[in-house]
Write a protein that binds this ligand. Structure first.
Ligand code: ZN
Length: 430
C-alpha cells in the first residue's frame, strides 16, 4: 500500500473526534521537531523555526517561518477542519429502561446522515475536565475509549412495515445509544462517569465535566476491486487535515512562512473562538509578523501577498443520482482535486485564485476538476468565505470528491488523496 494511504488510514483511526485529531496532529509535529507555543506566553520565534499552537484542544495551527519577512513574501496557508458530524453526550446522560437496560441521552452535532449510525459498534472519545490546583485552572485529559461500548439498535421492520418507504427519525427518540445491562441498582448510577474514571485512572470525584462524542469504532479500509476507494468515518475533513500536514512536513520553500490552520466547529457554522469566524488565525499571523519587527503597515502588505488554500471535501458524481449534479461541472471520484465555485460567493474561489490552483495542479502533475452546484440545489459553505471576514486575503476553496458526505462512513479515492498531497506539497515548495 502507498505510504501516504497507510499513513492516512492510521491518521483516521486515531483521530476519532476533533480533540483526538488535534492530538494526532500534535504527536506528528512533535515527532518532526515542532515546538509547542502557548497563546499566554510571549513568542520569540526563529527564522526557519517550526512551531504549533492549539486552541481549545480542538483546533491547531502549525507553521514554519521563512527566511524572509511575510511583508516580502506573503503567507502561504492551507486551512481545513478537525470536526465531523456525530452525537454529543448530554450531562446526566443515563436513562434506565426495562430489566436493567441503560441508554445514553445525546444530542446531534452538525448534520450527520442519521440512519447510517444504526446497528454499528460505537464508542466515545473527547476530553474530560478534572479538578486542578485552583478553580480557574482545571486539568484537561483527552480520552478515547478504544472498545465498542455503545450501539443504536434500529426498530425491527415488523413494527414498521413501511420503513423502506421513508422513515422520519426523531433525534431524541430514535437515536439514543444503549450502553449495557446493569442488574444491580447501585451499578446503574454514574455509569458513564465510572467508565471515564476507570479509563483515565482517576477518582470519579475529580471529574468536573466532559465533552464526549460518539464515534464509530470500525476502522478505515480500502474497498473496490482495485482497492481504489477509501471507506472511513470523518474523511470530511480529516483527509484534508492529513494532506495539509504531509505538505507542511515535506514542503521545501524556505523563503516564505507556511501555515496549516486546522479549525474546529466548521460543521456548526464556525462561530466559536476555535472556529474560522474567530480572529484566532489573524492574531497568530500578526504575532508572526511582529517577530520580524514588522509593524501593522507591513502586516497589511503581508496580507496582500498571501494565498490560502481552503481545503474541504466536495461531492463526487453519484452514479445513481445524475439529476442532482450540474450538467457540465460534476467532479468524479478519482478525477483529481476539485476547485469549488459559487456565483453567490459561498466559496472564496474566483477566476484569479482558481487559475492559481489550476497552475499548481499542472505544475505538480495532478489532474483537477471543477464543482459548481446544480442551479436548483442549494449547496453548503465552508471555511474560506468565513475566514475572509477576518482576513482579506486571496484564496481558493478546494477539496477531494467524496460519496455520502456526512454518512458515518464516507467514500473517497486513493488516487485523489495522493494527488492532493502532491499539489499542496508543491504549493509549500514553490
Ligand atoms: Zn467539511
Amino acid at each position: 500500500m502507498n505510504t501516504y494511504i497507510k499513513s492516512l488510514i492510521e491518521f483516521l483511526d486515531s483521530s476519532v473526534c476533533n480533540f483526538c485529531a488535534v492530538e494526532t496532529v500534535k504527536n506528528q509535529l512533535n515527532a518532526n521537531g515542532y515546538k509547542e507555543l502557548k497563546f499566554s506566553d510571549s513568542w520569540t520565534l526563529e527564522k526557519n523555526g517550526k512551531y504549533y499552537v492549539t486552541k481549545n484542544d480542538s483546533a491547531i495551527f502549525a507553521f514554519v517561518l521563512g527566511d524572509k519577512s511575510p511583508a516580502e513574501t506573503g503567507f502561504k496557508i492551507i486551512a481545513a477542519h478537525s470536526d465531523s458530524p456525530c452525537f454529543r453526550v448530554k450531562p446526566n446522560a443515563e436513562i434506565k429502561s426495562e430489566k436493567g437496560v441503560v441508554k445514553l441521552n445525546t444530542e446531534v452535532y452538525g448534520g450527520p446522515i442519521l440512519y447510517t449510525w444504526f446497528d454499528r459498534p460505537l464508542s466515545v472519545a473527547g476530553r474530560v475536565i478534572l479538578k486542578g490546583k485552583d478553580v480557574l485552572n482545571p486539568i484537561t485529559r483527552i480520552i478515547k475509549v478504544d472498545r465498542p461500548i455503545l450501539l443504536i439498535p434500529h426498530l425491527a421492520i415488523h413494527f414498521n412495515r413501511s420503513v423502506n418507504d421513508g422513515n422520519h427519525l426523531s433525534k431524541q427518540k430514535d437515536m439514543l445509544p444503549v450502553i449495557g445491562i446493569f442488574n444491580e441498582i447501585a451499578e446503574k448510577d454514574n455509569i458513564l462517569l465510572n467508565t471515564i474514571a476507570n479509563e483515565l485512572s482517576v477518582s470519579i470525584d475529580d471529574i468536573l465535566d466532559f465533552d464526549l462524542l460518539v464515534y464509530d469504532t470500525q476502522k478505515a479500509g480500502l474497498v473496490g476491486l482495485h482497492e481504489e476507494f477509501i471507506s472511513s468515518g470523518r474523511l470530511d475533513d480529516l483527509s484534508m487535515v492529513h494532506a495539509s500536514l504531509m505538505a507542511l512536513l515535506e514542503g521545501t520553500d524556505t523563503n516564505s512562512t507556511r501555515i496549516i490552520a486546522i479549525f474546529d466547529n466548521e460543521e456548526t457554522g464556525s462561530g466559536t473562538k476555535q472556529g474560522a469566524a474567530s480572529p484566532v488565525l489573524k492574531n497568530i499571523m500578526k504575532r508572526i509578523c511582529r517577530n520580524y519587527n514588522d509593524n501593522s503597515e507591513e502586516f497589511m502588505r503581508a496580507l496582500s501577498k498571501s494565498f490560502m488554500i481552503s481545503a474541504d471535501n466536495a461531492h463526487a458524481f453519484h452514479p445513481n443520482y445524475a439529476e442532482k449534479y450540474d450538467p457540465t461541472n460534476h467532479p468524479s471520484i478519482g478525477g483529481g482535486p476539485v476547485i469549488k465555485i459559487n456565483a453567490n460567493c459561498k466559496y472564496m474561489t474566483d477566476a484569479h485564485s482558481a487559475a492559481i490552483f489550476r497552475s499548481l495542479c499542472e505544475a505538480s502533475g495532478s489532474p483537477y476538476q471543477y464543482f459548481v452546484n446544480h442551479s436548483d440545489v442549494a449547496g453548503g459553505s465552508t471555511l474560506g468565505n468565513i475566514l475572509t471576514s477576518q482576513i482579506d486575503i486571496e484564496g481558493v476553496d478546494v477539496g477531494n470528491a467524496l460519496w455520502a458526505m456526512h454518512s458515518v462512513r464516507e467514500t473517497g479515492s486513493v488516487e485523489d488523496h495522493c494527488n492532493m498531497i502532491k499539489v499542496m506539497k508543491y504549493f509549500f515548495s514553490c
